[in-house]
Design a binder for this molecule. Structure first.
Ligand code: CAA
Length: 241
């Protein structure tokens, strides 16, 4: 049996593509999900991937979920912190609830998950953490003060942890997708989305598989010297320095 990989938000969109890719690469994959039972069922039926329902914004729920995964599949070697939500609104309309929901689900989740696997990875001398940020954490986005803050926070989190894990065989990296063809992006009002696509030099939305392949590489043995990096995958929409 291969290494064990946990993909949060792993039953839909980018997460599902990552789960599928890692399974095809030989990992035992646990796909976490928050609430969409239908998507989880499809993921189990179509991909044969075991799905685990727990709320990554809760430290306790996440701990219990990971305990179950480790009992079923063994210690977690690879984590893809992918779970995320949007609650877009111009700041003058943004509520405290919208702020907290996004910070808790998109940023604090990375603490909640990673903290529960970190000591095991240190003990075993191997680990791969990939944090899914966003172009909008790199450049900021009108209507996304909450999401941009959370996604930028993941980059700082990564840079600190990369230094801490390095001597223990753990790498921590960021993948920063641009606009990818998923339900989340399709939920942007059509006119707004059209104007966004017009700013992507490649002339199209990205594909979830194009994010999954970068995650697979960063999870591999051969990526051992890539640590603390931000891999930008956005069709040249924003070229970070
Ligand atoms: N730059 C400047 N002004 C902008 C703007 C922009 N990018 N977008 C909207 N505005 C302006 C409008 O022109 C309008 O101005 P006026 O009031 O002067 O006419 C005003 O903002 C819109 O005000 P509304 O009260 O109508 O705003 P709203 O409550 O309808 O919300 C919004 C607008 C939620 C921000 C909407 O524009 C939106 O959804 N934008 C897209 C945000 C986005 O890109 N989200 C990404 C989701 S996908 C994702 O997050 C995945 C990923 O990682 C890439």
């Amino acid at each position: 049996m291969g290494r064990v990989a946990l993909v949060t938000g792993g039953t839909r969109g980018i997460g599902r593509a990552i789960s599928e890719r890692l399974k095809n690469d030989g990992y035992s994959v646990a796909a976490n999900f928050g609430g969409n039972e239908e998507a989880a069922k499809l993921c189990e039926q179509e991909l044969g991937i075991k799905c685990y329902k727990f709320d990554v914004s809760s430290y306790e729920d996440t701990g219990a979920g990971i305990k179950q995964i480790e009992a079923d599949l063994g210690p977690v070697d690879v984590v893809i912190n992918n779970a995320g939500i949007t609650r877009d609104a111009p700041f003058h309309k943004m509520t405290l609830e919208q702020w907290n929901q996004v910070i808790d689900t998109d940023l604090s989740s990375a603490f909640n998950v990673t903290r529960h696997v970190w000591e095991g990875m240190r003990d075993r001398g191997f680990g791969r953490i990939v944090n899914i940020s966003s172009i909008n954490g790199q450049k900021g986005q009108f209507g996304q003060a909450n999401y941009s803050a959370a996604k930028a926070g993941l980059i700082g989190f990564t840079k600190a942890l990369a230094q801490e894990g390095a001597k223990k065989g753990i790498t921590v990296n960021v993948v920063a997708p641009g606009y990818i063809d998923t339900d989340m992006v399709r939920a942007v009002p059509e006119k707004v989305l059209e104007s966004i696509i017009a700013t992507i030099p490649t002339g199209r939305l990205g594909k979830a598989e194009e994010i999954a392949s970068v995650c697979a590489y960063l999870s591999s043995e051969e990526a051992a010297f890539i640590n603390g990096a931000t891999m930008t995958v956005n069709g040249a929409q924003y070229i970070a320095g």
